[in-house]
Every structure is written in structure tokens, then in C-alpha cells.
Write a protein that binds this ligand. Structure first.
Ligand code: ACO
Length: 335
């Protein structure tokens, strides 16, 4: 019997219509376009409408990924969603809601929480299910309505985040050239307080105190996170490249998590990557957490930059703390 591999079949993304520019933020908090661009590279971000939910954005991105994969909803046998801004904080999972919105019936569906590393975490789960023979076609979605947990009076966080969704279909193949080559995913809870949304949860269930103290909003130790992100991302990429005997210059598409241009630049420079190898979308979308990497992959696919068989290197870092990297060819059709 031939070996079963997991392959990355297609990509889709969705960004909400409304744009929140740096000029808009200048009117809301004590900041300037100059500060935001210089410190983060972000010029604008998209914000979901009040009645547009994480599952709505996820379903739209997924519908595109499904259409581009040539695989019908009937053939999907697992639906996974990575999000820290689910439709509901405990149940039902956003993956269940997405399945219903797409008309995917009677399949396993669940969410994971790994903040910005969520999409690459999902890739590792989809791969394990497929290579073990348990599933054949897995829909994975990174989706965030991050604006729902941002305090728009806190200038240190509100300038960073945006909303959006990205989805991919991961399928079984017997062609080793299409196979996901390697994934590394890890975590260290000792840094849990670097990025935290204190409520609602078992520590701080919903209460007047939660509202009064704004504990439902994301809190970040920005500077400490920044330093650790650069160090961890660089180390992680070096390790996965070395392990697989691949040189950084052979990577056509380095797709890092889009949190801050300065982080991406520092990591790219440490790896001696050329500008054209590094995918950059942070300027127009801001940090969309679990949606950031699939949205970036979608961008290069839609612009015709990502072709069948081309090697991608994904690298991400986020709350938990969590981090992950992946080496894989794009096994879908070029645009
Ligand atoms: N406008 C103007 N000034 C500001 C703003 C703002 N929007 N925000 C902060 N400042 C001020 C601070 O108050 C501080 O002033 P002080 O020196 O008088 O105290 C000064 O700017 C410097 O603040 P720092 O926080 O040290 O600035 P830094 O250069 O670190 O940039 C930033 C902040 C952009 C948040 C950066 O630290 C960063 O990008 N961190 C990493 C984010 C990240 O990667 N997160 C992980 C993924 S996210 C996830 O998992 C959901």
C-alpha cells in the first residue's frame, strides 16, 4: 500500500469592507500615523460590521477555498477553526457554526485556541488526521473578529489588530511531491501573561467588575513580546530549514505572521532573505491573529505570485505563548 501524504490544495480569504485607517485612529486615541507606521508598518486594517461574526467571515473564506480546491462539501470529513474571538466563548464551537453555514453535515468539527499560531497548529492537526488515514479532506480556517476584544481607548493595542479570515483545504495524496514536508509547533505557558484576555473565563466569569475594569479586552506586554518574537521566529526557521536540509535562498515564499513590519524585517534579515522572498501584508490588514498567515497566502495566490509546486515557509508566534513553522509546497492550482 502506498504511503498517504497530506497536501495543501487551495486557499481562500475574506476581509470585511470597513477600513480603519491610521487617520481614523488619530481621532480616537493619542497617536499619529507617523508613530504607527514607523513602529509597526501598519497603515490600515479592516473591521467587521457589528452584525458580521467570526463564523460569517470564516464561511466566506471557506467557500472560496472549497471552490478553488475542486472538492465538494460532501467530501469534507473534518472542519477545524482556529480563533481567539469565537462566535461564542464556550459553546457551540465556531467550527460547528461554520459547518452549518456551509451545509457540511455529519462530520467532526472543533475549534482550537493558539492565538496567532492557530493556522499552523491546524495544519499540523489536519496532517496528523490525514497521514493516519482517519480523514481525507480537511477544511481548516483561521478567523478573527479581533475588534470584538480590542479596547479602542488603549493606544498600545488598538492600532495593531484587524479582522478577517483565511481558509484552506488539506487533502490526502499519494504523490510525495505534493506532501507537506515538515511542521514544528510548540508552546511555553510560562509566558502566558505576555498576551492575555482576562475575561470571560473560569477565573473571571462575566460580572459588573469585568466590565468596570475592562477585563474582556486583550492586554499585551508589547515590548517583551516583540523581543521574544524575533528570537523565537528566527530560531524556529533556522531549525526547520536545517533539519530538512533546505537553504533559506531556496524558499520562494517566506510567509511570516503579520504582527509588525519590524519583527518581519528583523527575522528576514537574520535569515538573509531577499525582499522578494518575504510576503508582507501587515501594512494593509494589521495583525489578524489566526487569519494572518492564510490571508497572506491568499494574497500571493490571487496576485498570481504563488504557483503550483512552489515552496512555502510559514512561521508564526502568538499568545500562549505559542509558535510554529511549516515547510510545504503549494499543491493547488495556480490562478
Ligand atoms: N502612539 C503613540 N505612542 C505610543 C503608542 C501609540 N499608538 N503606543 C505606545 N506608545 C508609546 C508608549 O506609551 C511608550 O511611551 P513612553 O516611552 O513614554 O513610555 C512608547 O510609545 C514606546 O512604547 P513601547 O511599547 O516600548 O513601543 P514598541 O517600540 O515596543 O512598540 C508595539 C509597541 C508596536 C506594540 C511592539 O512592541 C510590538 O509590535 N510588539 C509585538 C506584538 C506581537 O508580535 N504580538 C504577538 C502576536 S499577537 C497575538 O498573538 C494575538
Amino acid at each position: 500500500m502506498s504511503h498517504i501524504y497530506a497536501s495543501f490544495r487551495s486557499i481562500g480569504a475574506y476581509v470585511p469592507k470597513k477600513i480603519l485607517s491610521n487617520a481614523d485612529l488619530e481621532k480616537m486615541v493619542d497617536t499619529t500615523d507617523e508613530w504607527i507606521v514607523k513602529r509597526t508598518g501598519i497603515k490600515k486594517r479592516h473591521i467587521a460590521a457589528q452584525d458580521e461574526y467570526t463564523s460569517d467571515m470564516a464561511a466566506k473564506a471557506s467557500a472560496l477555498a472549497l471552490e478553488r480546491s475542486g472538492i465538494s462539501t460532501d467530501e469534507i470529513d473534518l472542519v477545524l477553526c482556529a480563533t481567539v474571538t469565537p462566535d461564542y466563548f464556550n459553546m457551540p464551537s465556531t467550527a460547528c457554526v461554520i459547518s452549518d453555514k456551509l451545509g457540511i453535515k455529519d462530520v467532526q468539527a472543533f475549534d482550537i485556541s493558539a492565538a496567532c499560531s492557530g493556522f499552523v497548529y491546524l495544519l499540523s492537526i489536519a496532517r496528523a488526521f490525514i497521514e493516519s488515514g482517519m480523514k481525507k479532506n480537511v477544511l481548516i480556517v483561521g478567523a478573527e473578529k479581533f475588534s470584538s476584544i480590542v479596547d479602542y481607548t488603549d493606544r498600545s493595542t488598538c492600532i495593531l489588530f484587524g479582522d478577517g479570515a483565511g481558509a484552506a483545504v488539506i487533502s490526502a495524496t499519494d504523490n510525495p511531491k505534493e506532501a507537506i514536508i515538515d511542521i514544528h509547533a510548540s508552546a511555553d505557558g510560562a509566558y502566558a501573561d505576555f498576551l492575555v484576555t482576562p475575561a470571560p473565563g473560569s477565573i473571571n466569569p462575566a460580572s459588573q467588575k469585568v466590565i468596570d475594569e475592562g477585563l474582556q479586552y486583550v492586554q499585551m506586554k508589547g515590548n517583551e513580546t516583540f523581543k521574544l518574537a524575533v528570537k523565537t521566529l528566527t530560531k524556529d526557521v533556522k531549525e526547520i530549514l536545517e533539519k530538512n536540509r533546505i537553504n533559506a535562498e531556496d524558499i520562494l515564499h517566506f510567509i511570516p505572521h503579520q504582527a509588525n513590519y519590524r519583527i518581519i524585517k528583523a527575522v528576514g534579515d537574520a535569515l538573509k532573505m531577499k525582499e522578494e522572498q518575504v510576503v508582507l501584508t501587515v501594512g494593509k490588514y494589521g495583525n489578524t491573529s489566526a487569519a494572518s498567515i492564510p490571508m497572506a497566502i491568499n494574497d500571493i495566490w490571487e496576485s498570481g505570485r504563488l504557483q503550483t509546486g512552489e515552496l512555502m515557509l510559514l512561521d508564526t508566534f502568538g499568545g500562549g505563548l505559542t509558535w510554529a513553522s511549516a515547510l510545504l509546497p503549494f499543491a493547488g492550482k495556480s490562478k
